[in-house]
Ligand binder design. Structure first.
Ligand code: SF4
Length: 411
């Protein structure tokens, strides 16, 4: 496995063991080439464009396109470092903020320069991450006005319109689009909301200008599964998921939950899937923020789908009618499958909703619920049918609504 390991400490690239308590100080960061003098913004934008960097928050939108759009809009402008990772099972953004805050702040400085922004904001919910960022700002703040805004940790609080709404003093709930934040964001100003890993990669490629494509083509991936503490790894795009499962001791997994919950369930054939947006999209999944949860031989995929859907239904902001009724209905139908009460009509409805509901909510929560249902029916139809008429012991044992199964500690 080859790649450019630039966000995790050298020598720890394959599998990150817990590094609790450690944080990179400014002297160490400067010694590694950080906070280098700025080059003209056009050249910096060319660098990002040439790298092909795509956002790491979930949608995979080209970073250069987003920054160019903000730059083209009339000022004043804002750049937000979005560290609110709402997907269960993802720890990469909190790891970066807690342990490499200067890398993120440097990326924020560079992105602001490209976008022509006068103001940067770090948006997060994790208290240790907030302490690390404030410590870093007190040590050496970049030449940019930077505010720190904290929020409650929820599934939708990191969605870009929810970010803007919260920073403007409202609840951290998504709003209808358009306008998107690059058109009208914080205080009405054109705003680039950039994921923390995206910004860290901009800073890393600025320090390694001859390796920009490799830096941009490398991913932080959060791995979890039953009975393990989880792991954070940094691997090149295209790495097969089997390699990642082996890294964290889940090589015999029967299935994988992709993207946090956003990419849905995947069964037979998952080992050959490549870790990249296009490959996973073509297979009917999604990379999302790059969190993978492996299902062990004793895990029931129906139970996992029920827990995921119940969690999403509980996290729904209940402001889009279609999400309010659709996510809840899918969770209820899946619970009926688990309880042995589903009829063929229930399964048909589940199928129809999983095909028709994606894209109809103001944020990705509804899509995530639909993908979980679609994945279950596409890959585990036999297991669904086995549940007909009798409750499954594995399902009744471990289902909770808080997504506990998918959560792992931040290393
Ligand atoms: S899709 Fe659901 S979670 Fe997202 S904004 Fe609408 S109601 Fe809220």
């Amino acid at each position: 496995m080859t790649g450019v390991y630039c966000l995790l400490p050298e020598g720890r690239a394959g599998l990150l063991v817990p590094w609790r308590g450690w944080a990179e100080d400014v002297d160490t960061y400067l010694a590694g080439g950080g906070y280098a003098p700025l080059i003209p913004p056009d050249r910096l934008l060319d660098l990002i464009t040439a790298s092909g960097l795509r956002g790491r928050g979930g949608a995979g939108f080209p970073t250069a396109v987003k920054l160019r759009a903000v730059r083209a809009a009339p000022g004043p402008r804002v750049v937000v470092a979005n560290g609110e990772e709402g997907e269960p099972g993802s720890v990469k953004d909190r790891w970066l903020l807690r342990h490499r805050p200067h890398l993120v702040l440097d990326g924020l400085r560079l992105a602001a320069a490209v976008a022509g922004a006068e103001r940067g904001i770090v948006y997060l919910s994790d208290a240790p991450a907030e302490r690390a960022v404030r410590r870093a700002l007190a040590e050496s703040a970049p030449e940019l006005r930077i505010d720190v805004v904290s929020t409650e940790h929820t599934y939708v609080a990191g969605e870009e319109t929810a970010v803007v709404r919260r920073i403007d003093g409202g609840p951290a709930l998504p709003t209808a689009k358009p306008p998107r934040p690059f058109e009208s964001g914080v205080g009405g100003a054109p705003t680039a909301v950039a994921n923390v890993e995206t910004l860290a990669r901009i800073a890393a490629m600025y320090a390694r200008p001859h390796e920009v494509a490799a830096v941009a083509g490398t991913h932080l991936v959060s791995l979890s599964g039953p009975g393990s503490e989880g792991a954070l790894v940094e691997v090149p795009a295209g790495t097969h998921l089997k390699v990642l499962a082996d890294l964290c001791g889940h090589g015999r997994a029967e299935a994988v939950l992709l993207g946090g919950l956003f990419g849905g369930l995947y069964g037979a054939g998952w080992t050959d899937l490549p870790l990249d947006h296009d490959g996973l999209n073509a297979a009917g999944g999604a990379l999302g923020c790059g969190a993978l949860h492996f299902l062990g031989p004793g895990d029931c995929p129906v139970a996992v789908a029920v827990e995921a859907a119940a969690y999403l239904a509980a996290q729904s902001a209940r402001q889009c009618g279609v999400c309010l009724s659709g996510t809840g209905a899918m969770a209820k139908a899946l619970a009926a499958v688990a309880g042995g009460e589903a009829t063929e009509d229930t399964v048909q409805k589940l199928h129809r909703w999983s095909q028709q509901l994606p894209g109809r909510g103001a944020c990705g929560l509804l899509d995530a619920a639909a993908r979980v249902g679609a994945g279950l029916l596409a890959h585990f139809r036999d297991r669904v049918d086995e549940h007909r008429g009798s409750a499954c012991p594995a399902c009744s044992r471990a289902i909770t609504e808080d997504g506990r199964r998918f959560v792992l500690p931040v290393p």
